[in-house]
Ligand binder design. Structure first.
Ligand code: KG4
Ligand code: ZN
Length: 351
């Protein structure tokens, strides 16, 4: 069963054709990152306009690369929640038009369910229930995933998403946007114990997260270091040269990352321990983080659990994960009408 999956929830215009939820025939993604770079973050209005420009071409490419036509498809699936409302609307309008024109069933999909499903597409040994940590620029969510794609949301961020905080810290340090990858790389050369940044809500006894305190703490530290002449604007090499004995951008990156990874690891492991879950899955753009992967792996081994993450093209926003989970939903009988609408918010359990 071939399903076309479309995702325009944030700043990637994505379409893919997937067979039976697992076999990816095509997975085409147009990133808008360059358009948003000069603003240091995603500009929602710009994202919507870029989606409109790209959507028809990206869908055609997805079909062409999969070597299929609309006649070969069983259904069209589209992310309709949660995300940037204007961005979501573009994908939803496109999917509705295509479903109507080609007389195909339409399925509105929750973006987070797509992220959660991504691991299942590539890891045949994944067991249920498992704990899924979704960490991206827009989300930080800890979920217990049960057979039949039933979920129990254990916790989420009370303020900023983990990726968002990486991006903000990169901005304070003049490292450009998005900042996750560059901070990850710098952190590998720094001392994670150089600065003790806070670990908000680490010991809150629940599975909620809060990252804005870490962000503010880094910001104050950077401002202070800059005033003291230890750091200079946009100049990490100069910063090191300025005073090699004092803290470096690498140390700040490593110490910041240590705080974020510590909290994420601690709560994920606690969640796995409290259930019978023997597997922890990581998904979303921050799942690429080398320290998070390593730290979770070590901690999971101590409790006899496995850690899984998908390849990068299934970790970040893509249409394949949407077509993937849509296959399961299709089998469960989900069909949406042409009245399908987009929603900026949307829990994965109240569907
Ligand atoms: O899932 P994604 O592509 O987009 C959404 O936000 O939906 O995630 C992008 C986020 C950005 O905040 C980026 O800085 C972060 O993932 N990211 C990383 C790494 N690579 C990307 N964060 C930490 N370490 C990385 N290696
Ligand atoms: Zn996402």
């Amino acid at each position: 069963m071939k399903i076309l999956g479309i995702d325009t929830s944030c700043d990637e215009t994505a379409a893919a054709v997937v067979v039976n939820g697992k076999e990816v025939l095509s997975n085409v993604v147009a990133s808008q990152v360059e358009a948003h770079q000069e603003y240091g973050g995603i500009v929602p209005e710009l994202a919507s306009r870029k989606h409109i420009e790209a959507i028809n071409y990206i869908v055609s490419r997805a079909l062409a690369e999969a070597d299929v036509t609309f006649k070969d498809l069983e259904a069209i699936a589209v992310t309709n929640r949660p995300g940037l409302i204007g961005a979501l609307l573009v994908g939803v309008a496109a999917a509705k038009s295509l479903a109507y024109c080609h007389d195909l069933p339409l399925l509105g999909i929750n973006h987070i369910e797509g992220h959660i499903y991504a691991n299942y597409m590539v890891h045949d040994t994944l067991t249920f229930p498992h704990i899924c940590l979704t960490v991206s620029g827009g989300h930080t969510l800890l979920v217990e995933v049960h057979k039949g794609w039933q979920y129990k949301v254990l916790g989420s961020t009370q303020d900023d998403a983990a990726g968002e905080v990486y991006d903000k810290v990169a901005k304070y340090l003049g490292l450009g946007f998005p900042g996750g990858k560059v901070i990850d790389e710098l952190a590998q050369k720094g001392n994670p114990s150089a600065i003790k940044f806070p670990r908000p809500m680490r010991n809150s006894g629940d599975y909620q997260f809060s990252f804005s305190g870490i962000k503010t703490s880094v910001r104050y530290f950077v401002e202070k270091a800059r005033r003291a002449g230890v750091l200079v604007e946009n100049g990490r090499a100069e910063a090191k040269d300025a005073n090699p004995d004092t803290v470096t951008v690498e140390d700040i990156a490593a110490s910041f990352q240590a705080a974020v990874v510590d909290v994420l690891t601690y709560k994920s492991i606690r969640a796995a321990k409290s259930t019978s879950a023997r597997a922890i899955t990581l998904t979303g753009g921050v799942a690429a983080n080398s320290q998070l992967r390593a730290s979770l792996k070590i901690a999971a081994a101590e409790i006899g659990a496995e850690v899984y993450y998908p390849p990068m093209n299934l970790c970040t926003d893509n249409g394949a994960m949407i077509a993937g989970i849509a296959y399961e939903k299709y089998k469960q009988g989900l069909r949406d009408g042409l009245s399908l609408n987009a929603a900026a918010n949307g829990s994965i359990v109240d569907v």
